[in-house]
Design a protein around this ligand. Sequence first.
Ligand SMILES: [Zn+2]
Length: 276
Amino acid sequence: MPSIQLQGKIFLRGTINALTGLHIGGNSGELDIGGIDNPVIRNAFNRQPYIPGSSLRGKMRGLLDRHFNNSLDKRVGRDVRVHECQTPTDYNGCPVCQVFGVAPIRQLSGKTMPTRLIVRDTFLTAKSIEALDIADTDTDFTEIKTEVAIDRITSAATPRQQERVPAGTTFGPFQVVHSLYTLDESEQNNQLQDELQFFDTVLTGMELLEDDYLGGSGSRGSGQIIFDNLTLTFKSRECYEKADMPPITIAENANIKTLRQSNYTEKILNAINVPS
Ligand SMILES: [Zn+2]
């Protein structure tokens, strides 16, 4: 296999605004007796709720699999079916596996690129920590939502509880890091176009997520989020070589839609000094 060269990294930062209550499930095993049934995930040090990068990434990947009509042919444990390409031909034609990566099975050994996408954990903004401190909620930084299950014959009601981060909470900055790779000098320009197309797949995943939900109980109102105040920067290979060379700001104050409609690909290609 030819050598893989890193041409640079795209950094997307911004805030995640919870437009409705957000429930990303934590571990009820760590709760005291008398605790609630469906807790949210929290940072063990300060007990503040956060958004794990794995939750964002997993949801984006699942929505993109559906968008591209990918086959769900891999089993995780007994009950979970996911998509992961099993052959080099499938992998080469699959933007989702190219972006999110595949397990290193034997058939693919030496025939895949490194995983391009990293999604970091996102914590509460200082503003939201302050606001939630002041707010008179049931629990630290969260609310308890009680829903009622109605027996369809007797109409008997059984309440159930769920912990949520309240609507209006902001998390940030989130950070998505996307690497651009090339294999062969002579084909570099075409490859970079493809690489940037992969980043557009990431943005598509984020757009699909805005129109879907994050965490649990989405069909019952929870988990509507938007990505806002987006800043896109690019750190070329040269930035890592020369300590005094700053990353280039490609876009500021954007949302997913305005970013996708902008000429960010051209600006990144110019930054790598390849005529587009
Ligand atoms: Zn695939």
